[in-house]
Design a protein around this ligand. Structure first.
Ligand SMILES: CC(C)(COP(=O)(O)OP(=O)(O)OC[C@H]1O[C@@H](n2cnc3c(N)ncnc32)[C@H](O)[C@@H]1OP(=O)(O)O)[C@@H](O)C(=O)NCCC(=O)NCCS
Length: 207
């Protein structure tokens, strides 16, 4: 990590910085806010806003944020932490706050906080915070390096460090899951089904 103008974070400009021939951009350069009014056409059969619509809005916002950071095309690789904590109603204004939390080589982790504002009730609720990993690609579809990140605030530093932890845990989880799948022996695991809400159709299902 390079401390850029450590004595004066506020003086960091929005122009790309060149450090050791590499481009670095401040978090604020690509911070993105998107608002959209939830109209009846966005509702599901239960009258609440469709989860898929919110996912699409989040994906577009993540794209805008990452694409601005890397000045070009990027694609979504993975999405973490999508849990809708509260339903969104028709008539509410949904606002998505996105910023680049972390940059690897070609990858950028974009954190997105989603809130829904109900003007009639005068209330604001936090619906979810999710993390989109995007990678920068060139015109031939090959990975290309994303600019480094200039951390301007304490929150930027915290988010970067949290993202590093998240990456480490994701790799650990992937390894553990692969091990568990490779070593899974159906017969010896059968007792674990005893308290689950399932039944074998007949004993021959394992043959
Ligand atoms: C994701 C993809 C780029 C991985 O390609 P790859 O050749 O395996 O490359 P790598 O393993 O080097 O991964 C590239 C980067 O993605 C990151 N990455 C790969 N899989 C990841 C995952 N599941 N979650 C988070 N990051 C991931 C890697 O950490 C790496 O980051 P870095 O460049 O900052 O070090 C490739 O599979 C791809 O292009 N997928 C299609 C993505 C797409 O089109 N999305 C649109 C939605 S349909």
């Amino acid at each position: 990590m390079v401390l850029d103008g450590a004595a004066n974070f506020a003086a960091v400009s929005v122009e790309p910085r060149f450090m050791n021939e590499e481009i670095f951009r401040p978090v604020s350069y690509s911070r993105t806010t998107v608002s959209e009014l939830m109209i009846p056409a966005y509702a599901n059969f239960g009258g609440k806003i469709h989860g898929g619509l919110l996912l699409s809005l989040m994906d577009k916002t993540a794209y805008a944020c990452a694409s601005k950071h890397c000045s070009g095309y990027c694609v979504t690789v993975s999405v973490e932490g999508v849990e809708f904590l509260q339903p969104v109603e028709v008539g509410e204004m949904v606002t998505l706050f996105a910023s680049v939390n972390y940059v690897g080589n070609s990858s950028m982790l974009v954190g997105i906080k989603v809130i829904a504002e109900n003007f009639q009730a005068g209330s604001v609720k936090h619906t979810n915070t999710s993390y989109f990993t995007m990678v920068a690609k060139d015109e031939n579809g090959n990975l290309r390096p994303a600019p480094g990140l200039i951390l301007e605030t304490r929150d930027d530093v915290r988010r970067f460090l949290e993202a590093m932890k998240r990456k480490e845990l994701r790799q650990l989880y992937k390894r553990e899951l692969n091990n568990a799948k490779t070593n899974l022996e159906l017969e010896s695991e059968l007792p674990h089904l005893a308290n689950e809400r399932c039944r074998l159709l007949h004993q021959q299902v394992l043959q």
